[in-house]
Structure formats: C-alpha cells, structure tokens
Ligand binder design. Structure first.
Ligand code: FE2
Ligand code: FE2
Length: 193
C-alpha cells in the first residue's frame, strides 16, 4: 500500500487541524489494535480516512447523500453532520477506488456505530474519541477502560454520547441505540453463561 498517496490526498482535502486529528487517530488506532487480530492495513486506512468528508458543508453532505441514496433515516436529514461517515465512505469508494468493504464500513459508521460492529469498526470508533488531543471530561477514564476491555469502553462511550444528546435535546440516531443495545445484550449473555 502506498501510504503517502493517501496521506497527501487527505492533507489536500482537510483543514490542518482535521488532518492532524486524522494522523492522531491513526496513531491511536494502531496502538489499540496492536495485539488484536486485525488486518493492520485496513486499520491504518480506515482510521486515516474516517473523516474524509468531514470538511464538507451540511448542504454539500446532504446533496451527495440524496443524489446517491445514502440517507437511512430522518435524523440524518435534520442533522446532516452525521452524514460525514456514509458520505466519506461513498467518496472514498468513488474518488480513491477503495474497495475494501471492511474499511468502507468502519468509515461509514464511525460516528453513529451500528448493531453489528466488527472489531475494526470498534477500534476506529474508539480511536476517534481517544486520540491524544481529545480532552473532554472522562476521557482518561475511558482510555484506561479501553486498555482492559474494548466493549466496556465502547459501552461507556455510547452512554456518554446518549447522555450528551439527551442533555442538549438533540435527536438520537437509531443506529446508536442499536449499537448500545447490542453491547448490553452481548454482555448480559456473557454474564449468564
Ligand atoms: Fe468523524
Ligand atoms: Fe474524527
């Protein structure tokens, strides 16, 4: 894989802050994924490109999403920022000829999560939240928990997101609810067995 090719494309596309965030997400994802059974090229690519569409405006995101039938629910129309995941995956496929489905899926769902998250999806999702420039309340605790138990960290991350959405009276994406439910059900099953 020609890493510089992707790095240069991303650098030309994103603001310097977003580009440096992307590099930090790569660094964090590779660290989290070090001992996990993951394709490291896929992990590198998905974490680098996860915000490929992040610097598009809301009208631009909506236009690409509508034209290519990427919208899955009303929440995305009302909060188009959420579309930077699916639109990013679509554009990576279209502009960069990226064909790795696992990578495209991790990019697509890095903001909402979803009910069938792969290990790659989970690591990219968490690396985005945990990269070293993130400084929200509870981030250090989340970093620590993720070192021991990725799913426990993920559950805590979804709890934090949902609490924020409730507090701010924002819409909740159904995929985020599905993602959290799935984590809880899996844990419950594990406790019973
Ligand atoms: Fe993002
Ligand atoms: Fe990000």
């Amino acid at each position: 894989m020609n890493k510089n090719y992707y790095i240069n494309i991303l650098k030309a596309r994103l603001s310097p802050e977003r580009f440096s965030h992307s590099l930090l997400v790569v660094e964090t994802a590779m660290k989290i994924g070090e001992k996990l059974a993951l394709n490291k090229d896929d992990l590198w690519l998905a974490s680098l490109l996860h915000d490929y569409a992040k610097d598009l405006s809301c009208p631009e995101l909506l236009a690409v999403a509508r034209k290519n039938k990427l919208i899955t629910c009303k929440v995305e129309e009302l909060q188009p920022g959420l579309l930077h995941g699916p639109v990013g995956a679509f554009l990576c496929q279209q502009d960069l000829q990226l064909r790795e489905q696992e990578v495209l899926q991790a990019i697509c769902y890095h903001t909402t999560g979803h009910g069938e998250m792969s290990l790659l999806d989970k690591v990219v999702f968490l690396a985005d939240l945990l990269e070293p420039s993130r400084s929200y309340a509870g981030v250090d605790e989340l970093r620590k928990i993720c070192e021991d138990d990725l799913d426990k960290g993920l559950l805590l991350a979804f709890d934090g997101t949902l609490q924020y959405l409730l507090r701010e009276k924002l819409l909740i994406h159904p995929l985020t609810v599905q993602a959290r439910n799935r984590l809880l059900l899996v844990r419950e099953r594990r406790d019973i067995e």
